[in-house]
Write a protein that binds this ligand. Structure first.
Ligand code: ADP
Ligand code: MG
Length: 276
């Protein structure tokens, strides 16, 4: 081939390769290894500071636990991350480029932040399988979604998720007949169908049996790496089983941070939280 053409071709390939590394607007940039970054976030309700210059950085693939007394601001922090509550001041970034304080709740969800609330909100009359099917196809209405044919790939994805949340044997059971713990797993499965990069879980094992609690810990540990997780929980056996870094929140800011043993030994943490 003509060398000039060959040179041009190489030049062009080099350029397009360079472009492949560039992000489209609105795409998640994890190039610095930090998926969530909060700096000096403050939120007040009628003069009361629910969050007071809160700082938090979550690494990509990390499994972080947030503990702290009631009213510490844990749920408010999740409200800020998901766009439900706007901070009065401070910075909140998802990856390097997505400014959460300027995005709507649907935009944030679409960008890859999934949240599980305390109360499970599964469709009781539909089977576990159908609940996951719906979660995958939220753009249509309920009946249109169930009537639309599943591709082989979609069916496989649902089956894999059912296995992951330990409901493969309950695939055809109406969700209303599942145990409380199983309903919680189903809802986590529904979140996973959306392939979130960051999962926010507020008191996910409240009301679960000890056995279900430990199985949930195993599930979360298995999700870490592929996903990043921020888990608010009071159950210390559960927090220990998760094994990640722990952040202690108190009066709207970080009181201590480190592995569980270290924060448990911190006299300030004992005073405000563990000692009571
Ligand atoms: N929408 C709201 N209006 C007024 N006060 C609120 C609101 N949401 C939370 N608070 C207050 O903010 C503080 C922190 O609440 P929250 O974030 O729910 O704490 P946690 O989840 O750590 O228990 C509490 O004192 C709570 O009463
Ligand atoms: Mg709360």
């Amino acid at each position: 081939m003509n060398t000039l053409v060959e040179e041009r071709k190489q030049e062009w390939e080099g350029e397009t390769q360079g472009l492949a590394h560039m992000l489209k607007p609105g795409e998640l940039d994890l190039s610095h290894g930090v998926i969530l970054y909060l700096e000096d976030i403050s939120v007040s309700f009628d003069g009361f500071k629910a969050l007071n210059k809160l700082n938090l950085a979550i690494n990509t693939g990390e499994l972080r636990c947030i503990i702290g007394p009631n009213g510490a601001g844990k749920t408010t922090m999740m409200d800020v991350i998901t766009g439900k509550t706007r901070p009065d001041s401070g910075t909140a970034f998802f990856g390097q480029t997505l400014d959460l304080t300027r995005m709507s709740e649907p935009q944030i969800a679409h960008a890859g932040i999934g949240r599980k609330f305390q109360k499970p909100t599964v469709f009781e009359q539909l089977s576990a399988f159908e609940n996951l099917e719906l979660a995958m196809k939220t753009d249509k209405g309920v009946w249109a979604s169930l009537l639309a044919r599943l591709s082989r790939e979609q069916g496989d994805k649902i089956a894999a998720t059912l296995e992951r949340i330990r409901l493969d044997k309950e695939a055809d059971r109406p969700a209303g007949l599942l145990s409380h713990g199983q309903k919680q797993w189903l809802e986590i499965g529904m979140l996973l169908m959306q392939e979130p990069r960051l999962l926010l879980l507020d008191e996910p094992v409240a009301g679960m049996t000890d056995d279900e609690t430990m199985r949930t810990a195993e599930l979360f540990v298995s999700l870490a790496g592929q996903h990043s997780l921020v888990v608010v929980e009071h159950d210390m056996a559960f927090v220990e089983a998760l094994g990640g870094k722990v952040t202690v929140l108190c009066e709207g800011s970080v009181l201590a941070e480190g592995d569980l043993a270290t924060v448990q030994a911190d006299p300030r943490v004992i005073e405000v939280y563990l000692g009571r």
